[in-house]
Design a protein around this ligand. Structure first.
Ligand code: SAH
Length: 203
């Protein structure tokens, strides 16, 4: 699987070895375990998905993680992306709107020895009480770049978020240069489950 991701253009050795190291089948029901190492998105509970490994690697690459970065993830889901970020040396805060998913991810990650700070709530509002962050990653589809998330970045910080309609989204990277200046870059097209909340989709 890591080789497939590499072949698709992800050259960052740290990301490739994190993907090699984190067993993806742990995050899936036994019915999907056989497909765990294929490069595709798979069902988790509550109609949600664990992102395709290429997508995880792609978003992680755009975040440019440095050792010790304080990272906010919106959409904990299975907890897989959070583990990849921790493997790269990030201190992870992750928020999920569906409590049962957060609870399940929390107990799995604990067993695996990972310790992100998990929160249940509407991630479209960010996590103001723990801001500012070095990096913010949104793992669900947003209708627009959530401005309040840019506000919760440190100067020099990076936000990575898929933006578009409910069918397809463009991967967007916002680099915050200073409190008053940021640059927006547009990348490949992806398909995520919707970001549902006050600054996201209504349902
Ligand atoms: N990063 C996850 C992918 C999960 S799919 C993984 O590695 O498995 C996206 C997740 O975003 C879903 O679990 C969905 O419930 C969650 N989500 C959608 N809207 C949200 C919101 N406003 N706040 C927090 N989580 C949200």
């Amino acid at each position: 699987m890591a080789q497939t991701v590499k072949r698709k253009g992800i050259r960052d050795e740290g990301i490739i070895s994190a993907i090699e190291k984190v067993p993806r089948h742990y995050f899936l029901d036994s019915a999907f375990a056989e497909q765990a190492y294929q490069d595709k998105a798979l069902q988790i509970d509550e109609g949600q998905t664990i992102s395709q490994p290429y997508t995880v690697a792609y978003q992680t690459m755009l975040l440019k993680i440095n050792q010790g970065d304080k990272v906010l993830e919106i959409g904990t889901g299975s907890g897989y992306q959070a583990c990849i970020l921790i493997e790269l040396g990030a201190e992870v805060y992750s928020i999920e709107r569906i409590k049962s998913l957060s609870d399940k991810a929390g107990s799995l990650l604990k067993k695996m020895g990972y310790a992100p700070s998990l929160f249940v709530g509407d991630g479209t509002l960010g996590l103001p009480e723990h801001a500012p962050f070095d990096k913010i990653i949104v793992t669900a589809a947003a209708p627009e770049v959530p401005k309040n998330l840019v506000d919760q970045l440190k100067p020099g910080g990076i936000l990575v978020v898929p933006v578009g309609d409910r069918d397809t989204q463009t991967m967007v990277q916002v680099v915050k240069e200073s409190e008053t200046k940021h640059h927006t870059h547009f990348y490949e097209t992806f398909r995520f489950v919707p970001l549902i909340g006050k600054k996201g989709w209504k349902s």
